[in-house]
Design a protein around this ligand. Structure first.
Ligand code: HEM
Length: 401
């Protein structure tokens, strides 16, 4: 039997973060060829880019902790306390358990699908009002709809979709504020103040009148007041942009693959395959962080204790060792797991909510009401980001009746 001894991580000193913002996939492919985990000086971290390395990290939280320094500290500062996303079990599990029942498919269908449908109709009317020469699917539909659905799921009575958008952006900027920009903290603190004011009323209200919302679940879950507030704010920061991006990603993908678009319109049972293939192919969260608690060997590569790691699920989801023709969008590919929602104990709490609100309601409704829907070749679309990646502008057109 031959055994290979562990080797030091390869260094990728050529990585250009600006090029990754434009399109990260060429960089991901080159990194994966160098090894399952590679040191990237420009990002001051190791990046894990293969499917097996990303999965192995999530299967061993004793070695690869979610409680990271750097962005862990800014997250606690931005949200008022550390939320479950930056804790390991058992502390994480205590905060995750109360909300799990509210996020199961049956409960989502009973409690929220009528609201998802009503919200989608509202913003579809606004999109139609704009007309096929002027409509921007991101601005007119995906962004306000994702914000409104999240207000409803969280049960933030009295908040508007515009409040949600403002808070979400302020918290995300705060979490990323590693250079302590005082203006970013001022906006983030103002958002905290507004959300705390609302929760001063809502937490006691939900303790007296529990319902199916996420805020009610946490308020009645035996958590400290600070933990309830931090997890509501975590969800405000993490539950809006990704659903927004998935709505536009799916329409963008189907516009580039008209034969697959025809197939799903002829057989609506394939919408769930469209949703999962789009999350794999255009993962809205490209990377999230972990930190080693001790020296470790990951897929044959040595890592020191205290190493900052990027779990690059956007790259793992196009790993040719796991997915045939990984760069092709193919709704007929054999069903197999992807890592777009993460894996392990931090698997996205909202993955069913996203599947149902987007894959069963928001996107099918668009195609039902707008025959010939596709991206508008005469107006420019814009992509941005790699850690969080999505379309910031998506002009669309359709056959006007
Ligand atoms: C397509 C849409 C979505 C994608 C791609 C997505 C992706 C992810 C990923 C990759 C993680 C793990 C991050 C990490 O471990 O650092 C995560 C966690 C989480 N997501 Fe989502 N998400 C989506 C929608 C949502 C929605 C709609 C909600 C809320 C209603 C939500 C709430 C959460 C929460 C609370 C966590 C933390 C889970 C934990 O720490 O146990 N997500 N999401």
């Amino acid at each position: 039997m031959t055994t290979t001894s562990p080797s030091p991580a390869a260094t990728a000193d050529w990585v250009d973060p600006a090029a990754m913002l434009r399109d990260p996939h060429e960089t991901y492919d080159r990194l994966r060829e160098l090894g399952p985990v590679v040191w990237v000086p420009a990002l001051n971290r190791y990046l894990a880019t293969t499917f097996e390395a990303c999965r192995a990290i999530e299967a061993d939280q004793e070695t690869y902790s979610a409680s990271v320094t750097g962005s862990g500290a800014t997250m606690a500062r931005a949200l008022g306390a550390q939320p479950m996303l930056r804790k390991d079990d058992p502390e994480h599990a205590t905060e995750r358990a109360p909300v799990n029942p509210a996020m199961r498919p049956k409960r989502i269908r009973e409690a929220w699908v009528p609201l998802f449908r009503c919200n989608a109709e509202t913003y579809l009317d606004a999109l139609i009002e704009r007309g096929p020469g002027d409509a921007d699917l991101n601005r007119d539909y995906a962004a306000p709809l994702a914000a409104h659905n999240l207000v409803d799921m969280l049960g933030l009575r009295g908040a508007s979709p515009e409040d949600m958008r403002r808070w979400s952006h302020a918290f995300i900027a705060g979490i990323g504020n590693l250079h302590d920009d005082p203006e970013i903290w001022a906006r983030c603190d103002a958002a905290q103040h507004e959300v705390d004011g609302l929760l001063d009323e809502l937490v006691p209200y939900y303790r007296r009148n529990p319902d199916g919302s996420m805020t009610s679940a946490w308020s009645n879950g035996g958590l400290s007041d600070a933990a309830v507030r931090a997890n509501v704010k975590l969800t405000i920061s993490g539950g809006m942009n990704e659903p927004q991006h998935m709505i536009t990603n799916i329409v963008w993908a189907l516009s580039r693959h008209p034969e697959q678009c025809e197939r799903v319109l002829a057989d609506p049972s394939t919408w769930s395959a469209v949703f999962d293939e789009a999350v794999r192919w255009l993962s809205p969260i490209g990377m999230y962080p972990r930190e080693t608690t001790r020296a470790a060997v990951l897929q044959g590569v040595e890592l020191p204790a205290g190493a900052t790691l990027g779990v690059v699920v956007g790259a793992a989801n196009r790993d040719p060792a796991v997915f045939e023709r990984p760069h092709d969008f193919d709704i007929a590919r054999p069903k197999q797991p992807h890592l777009g929602f993460g894996s392990g104990v931090h698997l996205c709490a909202g993955h069913w909510a996203a599947r149902i609100s987007i894959g069963e309601v928001a996107v099918p409704l668009l195609y039902d009401r707008l025959p010939g829907l596709c991206t508008d070749p005469n107006r420019e679309e814009q992509w941005y980001g790699w850690v969080f990646r999505g379309l910031t502008t998506l002009p669309v057109t359709w056959a006007a009746s």
